[in-house]
Ligand binder design. Sequence first.
Ligand code: AMP
Length: 348
Amino acid sequence: MFKPTLGIIGGGQLGSMLAIAASKLEIKTVIFCDDIDAPAQKFSNDFVHGQYNDQNKIREFISKVDVVTYEFENIPYETLNEINRIKPVLPKPSINRIIQHRLAEKDFINNLNIRTTRYTSIEKKSEMDSVEDLLPGLLKTVTMGYDGKGQHPVHTLESLDSIDIDYSKGYILEKLVKLKKEISIIITRFSNQKYEIYEPIENVHEDQILRNSKIPAEISDKILNQSKLWATQIAEELKYVGTLCVEFFIDRNDNLYVNEIAPRVHNSGHLTINAYNVSQFENHVRAVCKLEQIPLQKKSNAEMLNIIGDQITHYRNKKFSENEFFFDYLKKDIKDKRKMGHLTTLIS
Ligand code: AMP
């Protein structure tokens, strides 16, 4: 079987885990990243350091690979498109363009008759005057926000006067959901109606950053089936190839909403490395490199804890039991709110 060389844009923890999964499958990887200290270079066969719009670096990267994927969605669309003219980029750049824009993403989901929070576009301050029914809400930049970055809670219109917002960036105002729970579904699509889907994962966020994840999620069968169905419909409609994550809200009346789609492997799926026969990373590599699809088998229940900022020091010195799996992302600097590692515990 032909084993292509896989190019991965982005060199953080997700890139590292993709490279590790690829090497297990004897697939060579090349990381392209704008951070000279990108941890993923330690696990890849080659590394191209450069800005994502540097023409020479893009060409160098293209010349070294057969197929390209990415570990984060905020890559300039032009860059992905340019690469795609010469070597296939999977998932397709057009998918990334929809998903990296919160309004386009929510319009796409609603057009499939799948529920999201109520929302509206905000491009100038005066537009906030007529949106009282969306309060309390969250004002989010339409592009580039993650882990709570670029997000402002808005409780009343008066509270807006005390925050400094550059409306020209383009915002979306979302009605705040009274959350009971958050879950995510990870699905890897190979081709038409051919996919592997993991069971729903229950997630807890603190300060908008994922803190921990567990399977099984404590949810009704109705929510379980609906979340799987919606994730499958989204993946099919996008004609997606690779691993995709759909994040959901469940409100206090047990209504399910799609919060957002991540067109990539996802932090909440780290536990798939130890809890399944095939991880989300391996499945992504299998799908984009056109390798064999293997039926998923769950091996164990599991919990995953994200290790954030200087908590990593404690874990670096800790002894672990047989059912605990510690992952150190080997990031050069410890920073506040930065994901530094994770711990997965298998539970019976
Ligand atoms: P996001 O970056 O949009 O996924 O938001 C990160 C986290 O913020 C979510 O996982 C929720 O915990 C919280 N959040 C975001 N939007 C809403 C919303 N409309 N209602 C309630 N909680 C939200």
